[in-house]
Design a binder for this molecule. Structure first.
Ligand code: FEO
Ligand code: CA
Ligand code: CA
Ligand code: CA
Length: 668
C-alpha cells in the first residue's frame, strides 16, 4: 500500500520541537528497491570483516556499569519477540494500551510531591515554590540507577532520574494568554523544567513505589545553581553581567534525552535551548556573536514564553552571552544530594538529544550524541583517560578532557569520526576559531567546516550491549531534497523523509573509541505496505507500522526498543513503544508493545537492570488542546488536568517485561 498523499498543517496549540509540513513519500518505490539491492550486496562484502569480531561478544571486564554488566550475563541467543503485539491505536485514544499479560500504573505525575513535606498539587493555586518541590512538567529521559550502586545486580531499590523537557502553559494554567504571561506563570514554568531524582523501592508484588522520606529525592530546575567545566568554561562568551567570572549558571533547560555513566552519574542533555531566548534582532549583526546565535536558531524577535520580559538574562539585547551557557551536557550525581551539577563543555554545544555510553576495552569512555535538527550531525565524545572503577562520583572529571568527533557517512557504507580539535584541519584562526573552548561553543560551525554528513534529525543513539552495534534514530526530515536543501545520500536515502529511519553503525573492532566504522540502514520506517519501507530484510506482512523513531534502548537480550514522537501525522496512529530483534531469524520483526494517549508522545523509557520493571514517559498528553477545550485529560484523575506522567509497566507473571525469565544473577 502506498502512502496517502497527505498534507497536514501544524497542529493546534504549541509544538516545541521542529514542526514540519508533511508530504507524501510515495511513488519512490523503484529508488528504494535499487537502494536496498545496492546495500544488501555491499553488506555481503562487509560481512567478512564483521565475522571476526563475533567471537568477542561477551565482555571480560566485570562490573563497569549498567551497560557492560548487562552484557556479561546477556543471552547470546538470537532475539525473538515474546510478547503479544498490540494493534496500532487511533490518535484520539484516551487510555494507555499495552501488550496482554502486562499492567501499567502511574508512578510520577506532573505536580506530585516528591518528598513527604512537599505541598500537595493544587493546579489552580500553583506557586513556583510548590512546583520546585513537586514532579516537573513534560517528563522525558528516564534513568534507573540501582541502589546501592551495584549495576547489573538486584534492582529492588534504585534512584530514578527523570528529565523535564519543557512546559505547555496552555495545559498548566486555566485561561493562559499566549503573549501575555504573568510573572508567576513564568516562574512556575522555570520551576517545572529541569529534572527529578526519587528513590524507588520494589514491593512484594514487584511494583515500584516512591520512598517519600528518602534523602536522595530532589528537584533540579531552571534556576538551580550549576557550574561550567572543560575548555569553554574559560571563554569570554560564557561570562555575563550577573556572573562576570562565569562561576554559576542558573539552571538547565529543555532536557530531552540523556544517559548513564559507568560510574553512576546522570548525563542530562540540553536540546532546544534556543527557544528560551528572545530579541536576537537587537544584537548588532556585525557582532561576532550574532552569527553564532543565528546558526543555533535563536529567535530574532520574542521567545514563545516571553521569559525575557521578567528575566533579562533571556533577553539577548540585554545579555548576549547567557545563551552560550546552554546547549551542553550536564552531569549530575544522583547519589550525592549536595552535588552541584556540572555542564561539561568538552562534549560540545548543540541541540543535544542524549549522551549515551559506548564501551571500549581500553577503559576510555565514549558518549554518543545527536544534534536533533534537520541536516545536523551525529557526534561522539571520547575521553583521554580510562575511568577508574574504584571511584564513583565525578570520576576525576573524566568528561573534561577528551575529543569530540563528528561523523561522516560515506556512500560505500564506511564512515569516519572527524576530530573537533582546535588548530587541526580547518579549525584555525583563519577560519574564525580562536581556542578549543571556541570550537566547543561553535560546535555546529566546526562540524560544517569539517564537512560532516547532514542527517535527518538524529535523535537518540545507543550501543547494543549484546552485539556492540550502535543504533541511531533519525526521526524525520520533511525538507530532505526539497527546494535548495540537501538531497538524499545513502545514509539519508529518502526525499521528504516524513517517517524517519534507523541506522546501524559498527565501530571498527567493536571498540567505541575507534575513528572509523561501517554502517547500514536497519529500518526505513512507515506503513509496512509502503514500498519505501524496509525492516532489515524481514518479511513485512506482519510487522507493526512505525514512524518518527525517537528514543532507543535495549532489553537484556539485546532487542532494540524504540519509542516514537510523531506517528500521528505521517501514518495516522498514536505514538507507541515498539521492540525489534537485532539478530537471528527475527532480525527486523518489529512489533508494537504499547501505545500512548491523545496529544502525547511516547518519550523516553528505561528498564530496571533485571527488566522486571519498565518506566515510560508519557509526555504532553492533551497537546493540541487547552484546559478549556481539552484533547485529553489523561491520566483522568481528580484534578481534571492532563498530566505528563511516568508510568511503570510490569509483567503479571512476575517475569521480564516483554516476556522471558529474569536471569538467575538477579534473583540473589
Ligand atoms: Fe526532544 Fe529530540 O526530542
Ligand atoms: Ca527525544
Ligand atoms: Ca536510549
Ligand atoms: Ca523528538
Amino acid at each position: 500500500m502506498a502512502l496517502k498523499d497527505t498534507e497536514i498543517g501544524a497542529t493546534a496549540g504549541v509544538r516545541r520541537e521542529d514542526d514540519e509540513v508533511v508530504r507524501s513519500g510515495g511513488g519512490k518505490g523503484e529508488i528504494f528497491a535499487d537502494l536496498m539491492e545496492r546495500r544488501i550486496s555491499r553488506r555481503g562484502l562487509l560481512k567478512a570483516g564483521a565475522a571476526s569480531a563475533a567471537g568477542a561478544l561477551v565482555l571480560t571486564v566485570p562490573g563497569v556499569g549498567n551497560f557492560p554488566a548487562e552484557a556479561q550475563g546477556a543471552s547470546m541467543k538470537p532475539g525473538t519477540i515474546k510478547f503479544t503485539p498490540i494493534a496500532p491505536q487511533p490518535v484520539d485514544s484516551q487510555q494507555i494500551v499495552l501488550s496482554e499479560g502486562h499492567t501499567w500504573a502511574p508512578l510520577l505525575r506532573w505536580g506530585d510531591p516528591i518528598r513527604h513535606d512537599a505541598p500537595e498539587f493544587d493546579p489552580e493555586n500553583q506557586t513556583p515554590e510548590a512546583q520546585a518541590q513537586q514532579f516537573g512538567y513534560n517528563c522525558d529521559y528516564i534513568g534507573f540507577h540501582s541502589l546501592p550502586f551495584v549495576p547489573g545486580r538486584a534492582s529492588k531499590r534504585g534512584l530514578l532520574w527523570v528529565n523535564h523537557e519543557y512546559t505547555n502553559e496552555e495545559l498548566m494554567f486555566a485561561g493562559y494568554e499566549f503573549g501575555n504571561p504573568t510573572p508567576g506563570q513564568v516562574n512556575i514554568g522555570l520551576a517545572a523544567h529541569g529534572g527529578t531524582i526519587v528513590e524507588l523501592s520494589r514491593d512484594a508484588n514487584g511494583i515500584m513505589y516512591v520512598d517519600m522520606r528518602s534523602e536522595y529525592n530532589r528537584r533540579i530546575t531552571g534556576t538551580t545553581p550549576m557550574r561550567l567545566s572543560g575548555p569553554a568554561a574559560e571563554h569570554e562568551w560564557v561570562t555575563t553581567q550577573d556572573d562576570p567570572y562565569a562561576q554559576t549558571v542558573l539552571g538547565t533547560l529543555n532536557n530531552c534525552a540523556g544517559g548513564i555513566t559507568p560510574w553512576g552519574t546522570v548525563l542530562t542533555c540540553e536540546e532546544n535551548f534556543h527557544q528560551y531566548f528572545g530579541n536576537l534582532q537587537n544584537l548588532d549583526s556585525d557582532d561576532p556573536r550574532y552569527d553564532v546565535h543565528d546558526r543555533y536558531g535563536l529567535p530574532e524577535e520574542d521567545s514563545e514564553r516571553l521569559w525575557e520580559r521578567f528575566h533579562p538574562r533571556f533577553n539577548i539585547a540585554v545579555e548576549p552571552n547567557e545563551a552560550f551557557r546552554f546547549g551542553w551536557v550536564v552531569e549530575i550525581d544522583p547519589y550525592n544530594p549536595e552535588q552541584t551539577p556540572v555542564k561539561r563543555t568538552a562534549m560540545g554545544r548543540f541541540r543535544h538529544e542524549g549522551a549515551t555510553f559506548g564501551y571500549s576495552p581500553s577503559g576510555r569512555v565514549t558518549f554518543y550524541s545527536g544534534d536533533d535538527a534537520q541536516f545536523e550531525y551525529v557526534y561522539k565524545f571520547v575521553s583521554d583517560n580510562a575511568w577508574d572503577r574504584s571511584k564513583r562520583g565525578m570520576n576525576q572529571n573524566l568528561l573534561d578532557e577528551g575529543v569530540l568527533y563528528v561523523a561522516t557517512f560515506n556512500d560505500d557504507g564506511s564512515g569516519e569520526w572527524l576530530p573537533l580539535i582546535y588548530g587541526e584541519g580547518p579549525l584555525t584562526e583563519e577560519n574564525g576559531f580562536t581556542s578549543q573552548g571556541d570550537v566547543m561553543i561553535k560546535t555546529r560551525e566546526a562540524g560544517d567546516a569539517l564537512g560532516a554528513t547532514k542527517m535527518d534529525r538524529p535523535e537518540d543513539i545507543q550501543q547494543n550491549p549484546v552485539n556492540k552495534k550502535v543504533y541511531i534514530a533519525c526521526t524525520n526530515n520533511s525538507r530532505r531534497g526539497v527546494d535548495d536543501n540537501p538531497g538524499v545520500d545513502e545514509a539519508n536515502p529518502r526525499p521528504e523523509n516524513v517517517n524517519g529511519h534507523i541506522i546501524e553503525l559498527t565501530e571498527t573492532d567493536d571498540d567505541a573509541v575507534s575513528t572509523t566504522f561501517t554502517w547500514d540502514i536497519f529500518i526505513l520506517c512507515g506503513l509496512p505496505g509502503d514500498p519505501s519501507t524496509y525492516f532489515a530484510g524481514f518479511p513485512k506482512e506482519n510487522v507493526s507500522p512505525i514512524a518518527a523513531p525517537d528514543n532507543v534502548n535495549f532489553d537484556i537480550d539485546g532487542n532494540l526498543w524504540i519509542s516514537t514522537d510523531g506517528q500521528p501525522r505521517p501514518i495516522g496512529y498514536a505514538d507507541a513503544l515498539h521492540a525489534v530483534p537485532t539478530s537471528g531469524a527475527e532480525r527486523g520483526n518489529l512489533q508494537q508493545f504499547l501505545a500512548v494517549v491523545a496529544g502525547s508522545e511516547c518519550a523516553s523509557f528505561d528498564f530496571t537492570d533485571d527488566n522486571r520493571n519498565l518506566f515510560v514517559a508519557v509526555q504532553h498528553p492533551g497537546e493540541g488542546g487547552t484546559i478549556e477545550e481539552p484533547v485529553s485529560t489523561w491520566p483522568h484523575d481528580e484534578t481534571g488536568y492532563a498530566r505528563p506522567t511516568v508510568i511503570q509497566v510490569w509483567a503479571d507473571d512476575g517475569r521480564k517485561v516483554g516476556g522471558g525469565d529474569v536471569p538467575a544473577r538477579f534473583k540473589r
